[in-house]
Ligand binder design. Sequence first.
Ligand code: BES
Ligand code: MN
Ligand code: ZN
Length: 503
Amino acid sequence: MKVEFVEKKFTEVKAGALILVLTKEDVAPEKGSRNQSSKLTSLFREDKAQVEAAIKGSEFNGDKDQRLTIYSVGKHRVVFLVGVGEKSQLTSEKIRRAAAAGIKSAQSSKVISVVLSALDSSVEQVSDYETVHSLLEGAILGAYKFDKYLTQNKKSSKIDSFIVAIEDVQSAIGKKAAKDAHLLCEAVYLARDLSNAPANEIYPEALANVAVKMAKRYHVRARILDEKQIKKLKMGGLLAVNSGSAKPPRFITLEYKGNSKSRNWYAIVGKGITFDSGGISLKPAAGMGEMKMDMSGAAVVIGTIQALASLKIPVNVVGIAPSTENLPGGSAYKPGDIVTTMSGITIEVDNTDAEGRIILSDGLYYAQRYRPKAIIDLATLTGACVVALGQHATGMFGTGEDVMAQLKEAGEKTYERVWQLPIYEEYEKQIKSDVADVKNVGGKWAGAITAALFLKKFVGDYPWVHLDIAGTAMLEDATDYAPKGGSGVGVRLLTQFFKQVAS
Ligand code: BES
Ligand code: MN
Ligand code: ZN
């Protein structure tokens, strides 16, 4: 994939399609002009009359979500105009969405290369860097398709060249923004690909292999614990969930040391259930296939480490992902079982489908070895969180107040938004067990909260934040720049968070 910034007029750059993200001001006719002469149309020079006529014959005036297609203009087979509304109301998110809308049109026109532009980069609330970055984020993320297994009849084209051309953005700034956006989007693609991959392709060993490959490429230290080592460490939670699976578990660790001057570590821990059938507490058949994405937390951890390493963010982060399938069988763990975790804390298994928290118990406890500044975990943990927040906000829980405030800010900035839910101690009695230290389910009410309170038992006194991405990582419906399926949510959020930490 080619991603580039050029300090040129968009009319001078050849590509299959031209996508123009326009404010109302860009399209407004100049005072006293009889035709539609505007800031936009004057940029087209010899093709000015054609563009003016097209706009005149349409309703297009740059309002948000408006679109206009014009064929064969100068160097471009097709031009897509996308409105973002008033300049004073412009945001990065509007730019991302507009770019993604342009890309969808380009794909249906079977185009394979695009040039993107915005006329006025100098808007107070969106910097030049952000303009270029957002155009590319929207375009590249919006172009994503999981079509590896479609051998026939691909319905639309795969765009593999994205160029941003803006004449009045300094070359150095534009090029840096393009490079950063490219690297970030590659990491999101990795997380999406891993989530979407079927469970016969991505099982624990395969997931670990992807992590190792990524680590080699970006000079990150990977350490993968196999079954023998997992047994030696007495990770009873991970082993219990794994017991019904024919495939061995893996415990993935990735150490990214971006700041050699600091001894501070942050830990990010992701749930890596490569398939969740529910186990003996079997899930219903309908929709069970989606549970191939139950390793999305682990995918985000791997993707985030790639993003941090490729962007060289000066922080030290360890990524941790316990991974196994959750299957029924003659050797599977059962309701009523009592499991001793690495921490020594015992768990009464009441429902084998509440397996994520069981493997995370060992992942979170292991994270304490780094004496981290904070532990952040990501997990497709509960259906209850999807009931509460749907697919437009990630559930946030925790004890690290500063970290949560920073994540909230990073969420608004990236639009991977988080919403905090309480973990009042009153809820805790729901997970009390008569026979063990804790029970793995908390009854009918507040399921996302009782799951969070379960996790809290394994983080010691470290500041900790739990992100329940069950609704946001496995999309039931496409969003503006993520198709149905794995969204990679968390990669952009955490990368932004660590940028904030670093500065
Ligand atoms: N992986 C599921 C949670 C999930 C549900 C993710 C829907 C995405 C969409 C998790 O392992 C699970 O099965 N949770 C149970 C817990 C219950 C048994 C307490 C749930 O939410 O139903
Ligand atoms: Mn489950
Ligand atoms: Zn699960």
